[in-house]
Design a protein around this ligand. Structure first.
Ligand code: GLN
Length: 553
């Protein structure tokens, strides 16, 4: 760790959703590529203590860390780009910060002093940033402040950045990720919103050292100069960040624009060359994959008003794409709402699914869209379409098998119908009390647990090892009473908790179905660009086989 650790704050100007997370991850990557030890934090301004209690359509994916923290999807980007495991100290929300300050106040830790929003809240923010930096022994810590400059909500976090910058002017850099619209009727890239954002940043006592200019197209010289003049920044520190097809190219593009060197010089770090060889190799492969494999994600959190949202499944999508890169194909993901396939609600026919090379049913909660998912699973099983069920996907595949193969017509999950007679999926014993007491926040079975893989199974062939560790987020499990009857009828539980109590992976033998696998855990959270997740890889390979067969016939 460096004598004086460095900090880079990433803020957002103009609007959200312009790739601040990928930008933050890429900046961190450039520092890491210089041989520096790097960690990253995400700050979310809402009151929720974590992302676990939020509806995915409100917030996007809930990413889960090894230690079980339910956090923002950007944490997934950091883990994937940096290939490191983060922990709950790397994530904070307004709720989490206040909770700690209030806890300490109750313990008389403030020694009878008046505890105030300023400076005590930003001080707690800074304490957390330093703790994360210390724990990671980081030379450089990158901190992404959620939301947009000018919002009331994140002002306290900008205040923390200001306090740090004043205390250590040579160790703190401020980056603003802005957006430059090109209104279609005008056809010209406009810098004014960025100028306003920069001034708003100034009004809270901060000056951007670097402006990342996100836009549909590359920034020209004229606009670079304009931003430089009106935002008090040198033209070289205005970095053009046009839309790209592949997010893996972002760090490489930044490096081409010398962003890494500019940051090192702002932070008074020794200038050193960046080694991005392995990353570049992966990014090139990602760009070059030609053969397309079509995979449908049949989920239910796609709608945001009149718009389609795929962010909710971002880690699943990334895991599929990464597996595609390693298998030498381009995975084309199709988003299908499970309700489309429901009797009465849906208009689409199940046979519509025949054109996909693979079907994935991701995690989920509650009753909506369940009938559609069950019908899709049945279709995939009967028509031998490679199928991958994650969490709720495993639970529903078990229910479908029980109903249609074992003949337990009333089979269901306790989540849908607690009074049902055939509860194939039941609430875990330790969860019962929590649910009764409405203790929902952070109480599921969360984080990494080991699983034991049965030899001779598809799962074993994928993992090639007996003990694996994967991340979880669920309250329900396969009811142990039904395991024998399910296995008698041909379902294989190929992964279990080491004590044998919990079913972690289910599958059908390959002679029955080319790929029919469900996992109680979320394998998507452990997929990294440079190390694809073994089950995702096996799934994509099965989809390729299906595609090739279809071509021949
Ligand atoms: N709703 C299910 C449970 O709580 C599945 C959760 C999930 O898919 N993440 O067990």
């Amino acid at each position: 760790m460096a004598k004086s650790p460095k900090y880079i704050f990433v803020t957002g100007g103009v609007m959200s959703g312009v790739g601040k997370g990928v930008t933050t991850s890429s900046i961190a990557k450039l520092m890491q590529a210089r041989g520096l030890k790097v960690t990253a934090l995400k700050i979310d301004p809402y009151i929720n203590v974590d992302a676990g209690t939020m509806n995915p359509t409100e917030h996007g994916e809930v990413f889960v860390l090894n230690d079980g923290d339910e956090c923002d999807q950007d944490m997934g980007n950091y883990e994937r780009f940096l290939d490191i495991d983060l922990s709950r100290i790397n994530y904070m929300t307004t709720g989490r910060v206040y909770q700690e300050v209030i806890r300490r106040e109750r313990n008389l830790d403030y020694g009878g002093k008046n505890v105030e929003v300023v400076p005590d809240i930003p001080k707690e923010v800074i304490r957390r940033i330093n703790k994360a930096a210390n724990e990671a022994k980081a030379d450089v810590t990158v901190i992404e402040i959620g939301g947009t400059i000018g919002e009331y909500q994140n002002i306290i976090f900008l205040e923390a950045a200001r306090m740090m910058k004043i205390a250590k002017p040579n160790d703190v850099a401020i980056v603003m990720v802005s957006f430059l619209p090109v209104p279609s009727k005008i056809g010209e890239m406009k810098t004014k919103p960025t100028q306003y954002a920069s001034r708003t940043l100034n009004s809270v006592g901060l000056q951007a050292d670097i402006i990342i200019a996100r836009s549909e197209m590359a920034l020209d010289k004229k606009r670079k100069q304009k931003i430089s003049t009106f935002c008090n920044i040198s033209p070289e520190a205005v970095i053009s960040a046009p839309d790209v097809d592949s997010i893996y190219d972002v760090p490489l593009n930044f490096e081409k624009d010398s962003l890494g060197d500019i940051l090192t010089s702002i932070l008074n770090l020794k200038r050193r060359p960046a080694n991005l060889t392995t990353w570049k190799r992966f990014a090139t492969k990602a760009r070059n994959g030609r053969t397309e494999v079509n995979i449908a994600i049949v989920g239910k959190y796609f709608n945001s008003g009149d718009f389609v949202l795929s962010d909710v499944y971002i880690s699943v999508i990334e895991a599929l794409k990464v597996a595609g890169v390693w298998a030498g194909v381009k995975v084309k993901v199709h988003y299908r709402h499970s309700q489309e396939f429901e009797n009465g609600v849906g208009k689409k026919k199940l046979t519509d699914l025949a054109r996909y090379d693979g079907i994935l049913v991701p995690g989920g909660f509650g009753k909506t869209g369940i009938d559609g998912k069950l019908r899709v699973i049945e279709y995939a099983r009967k028509n031998k379409i490679p199928f991958f069920g994650i969490c709720y996907g495993l639970q529903l595949a078990t229910v479908e098998f029980a109903r249609n193969v074992v003949g337990l017509k009333k089979a269901t999950t306790e989540e849908i119908d607690p009074a049902a007679t055939e509860l194939l999926i039941g609430v875990m014993p330790e969860q019962k009390r929590l649910l009764k007491e409405n203790q929902y926040g952070g109480t599921m079975r969360l984080g990494a647990y080991p699983a034991k893989i049965k030899k001779g199974t598809l799962a074993y062939r994928a993992y090639k090892t007996e003990i694996v560790s994967e991340r979880h987020r669920h309250r329900y499990e396969v009811n142990p009473q039904y395991i024998e009857i399910l296995e008698d009828k041909g379902l294989v539980f190929s992964g279990r908790s080491p004590d044998g109590r919990l079913m972690e992976i289910m599958e059908l033998p390959e002679k029955v179905h080319p790929f029919f696998v469900g996992t109680q855990f979320h394998p998507e959270f452990s997929s990294r660009p440079l190390t694809p997740q073994p089950l995702f890889l096996a799934f994509v390979k099965a989809a390729i086989t299906k595609r090739n067969k279809k071509r021949k016939s």
